[in-house]
Design a protein around this ligand. Structure first.
Ligand code: AMP
Ligand code: GLY
Length: 427
């Protein structure tokens, strides 16, 4: 079959790489892709938010099934749009994607269905929110309702920080419409873990778990980013914990969505805190994580194309899904200045040397305009080096061995991925 992957990050490179190994896939396209996806698929010059362009390409190229990587096209309704056009597509509808695109929707759904999560109040009036925050003792968490590219959450250690976050959202409008409503949420403590499942309505695959690192610099300092590194599985992950999370959180939420008329299909991502009172939901996302997808795809033993078809054909419960027991570590290399402003267009050296240590999944890269032979930087997060090993320490050593081979002007990466645990990070 012919498959189209929508997106252009390292997550989509990992998804395309995995699909490219499937005997079911004989043509693979990525829109818009990057220099890495060009090696395993044909890149299409169509933005991932250009739904008309994507529909047109899928029809022209006789694509059999489309796989959507990022949340923005999902929230825009790409699945609804493709379905109206009789095109098969893997991912949730816009109504189901609200589990990520509206934190208020997700919180209210969890409360209605008794799914464990932090206590929270919703505000659409700045004055009311301000008054509420002044009565609370920090730390507390201020969240913009809508999608804000991972920047809409402030974990406020002081009342001033919380009040500033409220003002930025609701008065200054730094997140636009996404910040018109806010949640003021209880601060949760414990180990933070991301869990993933393939979902078809009320059917849920076995869970896979990973830990990601959001802060830019070592010791969990610096600004929040899209994710600077990841490892999987967490050292404490076991069958009992999986069962608990499945039964108290993941199954109830997909059942709740089906019951409320917006059944979920695709990959559901639970961002959880393992608190003293058990696992609680921080947030849900309606897609694989980035950089989590890079290690999940490396650990997935089952054919991804087969899983996609099983999900769409109502056969997910009959499809065994296997994850390798290997430990897997991903280290992200970023452009100097990221997540603030940065310069791109620098040649990247050492890619083939790095590939001897594992998989190198590209994000902000492209073939240079001049020769086309050289790969140059084209974004903030440039690539993820992913390595597996019999132990976390082995995988970590290999991933850093690979990362050390890559160089470009201003490149930086965290040196403590999979060394300090998430719980040791300052919130
Ligand atoms: P998000 O953008 O929702 O993933 O949030 C970013 C990060 O903020 C999460 O990964 C957590 O580390 C932290 N966070 C969000 N909500 C809470 C909470 N209620 N308590 C503690 N930390 C939180
Ligand atoms: N790694 C966090 C995310 O993909 O949202």
């Amino acid at each position: 079959m012919k498959v189209l992957v929508v997106g252009g990050g390292a997550r989509e490179h990992a998804i395309a790489w995995k699909l490219s190994t499937s005997p079911l896939v004989d043509a693979l396209f990525v829109a818009p892709g990057n220099a890495g996806t060009a090696a395993v698929a044909e890149n299409l010059p169509v933005r991932d938010t250009d739904l008309d362009g994507l529909v047109r390409s899928a029809k022209e190229l006789n694509v059999d099934v489309t796989f959507v990587g990022p949340e923005v096209p999902l929230a825009m309704g790409i699945v609804d749009r493709f379905t109206e056009e009789d095109l098969r597509i893997f991912g949730p509808t816009a109504a189901a994607a609200r589990i990520e695109s509206s934190k208020v929707f997700a919180k209210e759904l969890m409360i209605r269905h008794g799914i464990p999560t932090g206590r929270a109040e919703v505000f659409d009036s700045y004055q009311d929110a301000d008054r509420f925050v002044r009565k609370l003792s920090p730390p507390l968490v201020v969240k913009a309702d809508g999608l804000a590219a991972g920047k809409g959450v402030t974990v406020a250690r002081t009342q001033d920080e919380a009040l500033t976050a409220l003002r930025e959202c609701m008065v200054e409008g730094v997140f636009g419409e996404a910040g018109e409503r806010v949640l003021v949420e209880e601060w949760l403590t414990g180990l933070e873990v991301s869990v993933f499942a393939f979902v078809a309505g009320e059917v849920l695959s076995p869970l896979a778990a990973a830990c990601d690192y959001k802060r830019a610099h070592d010791g969990d300092r610096g600004p929040n980013t899209g994710g600077m590194g990841v490892y999987s599985p967490p050292e404490y992950w076991n069958d009992a914990l999986e069962r608990e999370i499945r039964e108290s959180i993941m199954l109830p939420v997909v059942r709740a969505m089906a019951e409320e008329g917006c059944p979920f299909s695709g990959v559901l991502y639970g961002g959880l805190m393992l608190t003293e009172d058990g696992p609680k939901v921080i947030e849900f996302n309606c897609r694989m994580g980035d950089p989590e997808a890079q290690v999940l795809m490396a650990r997935l033993r089952t054919d991804l194309a087969e899983i996609v078809l099983a999900t769409l054909d109502g056969m997910l419960s009959e499809t065994p899904i296997e994850w390798s027991d290997d430990a897997c570590v991903g280290v992200v290399l970023a452009s100097g200045g990221y997540p603030g402003s940065y310069v791109t267009g620098f040649p990247i050296a050492g890619l083939s040397e790095a590939a001897e240590f594992g998989e190198v999944f590209h994000a902000g890269t492209k073939a240079s305009d001049r020769s086309g032979a050289e790969t140059v930087t084209a974004g903030g997060r440039v690539l993820t080096v992913v390595s597996s090993g019999g132990s976390l320490a082995d995988a970590r050593q290999r991933a850093y061995g690979g990362a050390a081979k890559v160089s470009f002007d201003g490149a930086f990466y965290r040196t403590d991925i999979a060394a300090i645990h998430k719980s040791e990070e300052g919130a």
